[in-house]
Ligand binder design. Structure first.
Ligand SMILES: [Zn+2]
Ligand SMILES: [Zn+2]
Length: 147
């Protein structure tokens, strides 16, 4: 997942985009690629509309309205060491707490919401605005023909 994001200089990716059926996403947060295991949105506020693109739908640009700020909690890679079934007791987060809990705004909030949508089986193509422009319709028709 990290390699694919880096290769494409992408803002994020969801595990099921690369055929890995787990609730894991990678999101570019504060300039680093954060691995989020079982991400859950705990709170959301405001609304903001932004043009979004997606690694899985090359060329498509869709205006999407999402929460402007969110609180997301998840397990980080160290949380689950040495085995995913156990919580690592020696591991602590900045600010304490059992799991990382981040408040994100604007672009970073949108990235996390976009990637969690993938985990839930929803992509940009499912947004009603996706088919509004001729360019997008052409891209979607080509992608459909390839499948
Ligand atoms: Zn995507
Ligand atoms: Zn952790």
């Amino acid at each position: 997942m990290l390699r694919t994001v880096k290769e494409h200089d992408a803002l994020g990716i969801a595990a099921n985009q690369v055929g890995y059926d787990r609730r894991v996403i990678v999101a570019r947060i504060g300039g680093t690629l954060e691995v989020m295991i079982n991400p859950m949105i705990r709170d959301r506020a405001g609304a903001r509309r932004m043009d979004e693109s997606c690694l899985s739908l090359p060329g498509l640009a869709v205006p999407v309205t999402r929460a402007q700020s969110i609180v997301v909690s998840y397990a980080c890679l160290q949380c689950l060491a040495p085995h995913p079934a156990f919580t690592n007791p020696d591991h602590e987060h900045p600010g304490g707490g059992h799991r990382p809990r981040l408040e994100l705004q604007d672009l970073e909030a949108a990235i996390v919401q976009h990637e969690i949508d993938h985990l839930d089986g929803k992509t940009l193509a499912d947004h009603s605005a996706a088919k509004r422009t001729p360019a997008n319709r052409e891209i979607l028709a080509k992608l459909k023909a390839k499948r």
